[in-house]
Design a protein around this ligand. Structure first.
Ligand code: MG
Ligand code: MG
Length: 274
């Protein structure tokens, strides 16, 4: 069953989604080589609870953490752990917040230090594909219009692997509602999009092949060829001409930029010193 939300309900979803964005901003500020992914999870849980929310993922289907933290070849649903981030890693952080009876859901893939240009390109294209999907999230379009936009850009135009096994979804009183929103498909296929619907659009895109498998922990999804994977997600309201993201990357990107400048001035002063 698809739920249609009124203005006030959408504003509550926006509030939860913005809290996810604020959490991911806090995450981006602490990212650097040497910190453990478990310490990121702990910070995020505290931040969410301090702001009156509940981490949507904790306990969801038995998931034991507040964040999904997926490093390099891990596509999604990675467990936070004692693993220490290192220079050149990428890290996908997926976060959900439940507050006032509604969930928000958003994800972002961060680069740690000096990441290979081909991998940075994967991040850029995956993020761009999310916005191409959002542009199709218009009243009277169909889910397949979003799916096609993402697949066409990532697979046909950029030759990346588009993950099939995991999909976007409606988001509201439940974390995962109908309809499913695949990142592959044909224009004009699938459920009709109507104003009032709120969906999570979330391309999961691999540098190499599209095939993935799940590790023995029953959660961690990794690429079959071991190449890196990126994941960007926005909770999105269907609007007249295009989708409206209810989560935002604005502050995350600013924090990312500040981090980068800090690093380059560090390297600069280190090299002038020597
Ligand atoms: Mg998510
Ligand atoms: Mg989601």
């Amino acid at each position: 069953m698809i739920f249609y939300r009124n203005h006030d309900e959408i504003e509550l979803i926006r509030h939860s989604a913005q809290m996810v964005s604020a959490t991911l901003t806090e995450v981006s500020k602490m990212l650097k080589p040497g910190i453990t992914t478990l310490s990121i999870d702990k910070m995020a849980e505290q931040f969410i609870r301090d702001n009156g929310g509940v981490p949507s993922f904790k306990g969801y289907g038995g998931f034991p953490f507040s964040l999904c933290i997926s490093v390099n070849e891990v596509v999604v649903h990675g467990f936070p752990s004692e693993y220490e981030l290192k220079d050149g890693d990428i890290i996908s952080v997926d976060c959900g917040v439940y507050k006032n009876g509604f969930h928000g859901d958003s994800a972002y893939t961060f680069a740690i230090g000096d990441v290979k240009p081909e991998v940075l390109r994967l991040l850029r294209i995956t993020k761009e594909s999310l916005y191409r999907g959002i542009a199709q999230a218009a009243d009277n379009n169909r889910v397949g219009d979003i799916s096609f936009a993402v697949e066409n850009f990532c697979s046909r135009e950029n030759n990346y692997g588009v993950v099939r096994e995991l999909v976007g979804h409606g988001v509201g009183r439940q974390l995962h509602e109908e309809p499913q929103v695949p990142n592959y498909g044909r224009r004009g296929d699938g459920k009709k999009l109507r104003e009032g619907m709120v969906i999570a659009i979330e391309p999961m895109i691999n540098l190499g092949v599209k095939e993935v498998y799940t590790k023995e922990d029953g959660w961690t999804v990794v690429t079959k060829d071991g190449k890196p994977s990126a994941h960007f997600e926005h909770t999105t309201a269907i609007r007249k001409r295009a989708g409206e993201p209810l989560s935002t990357f604005k502050n995350i990107e600013e924090a990312e930029q500040a981090n980068k400048e800090l690093n380059s001035s560090y390297y600069l002063s280190a090299s002038t010193a020597s």
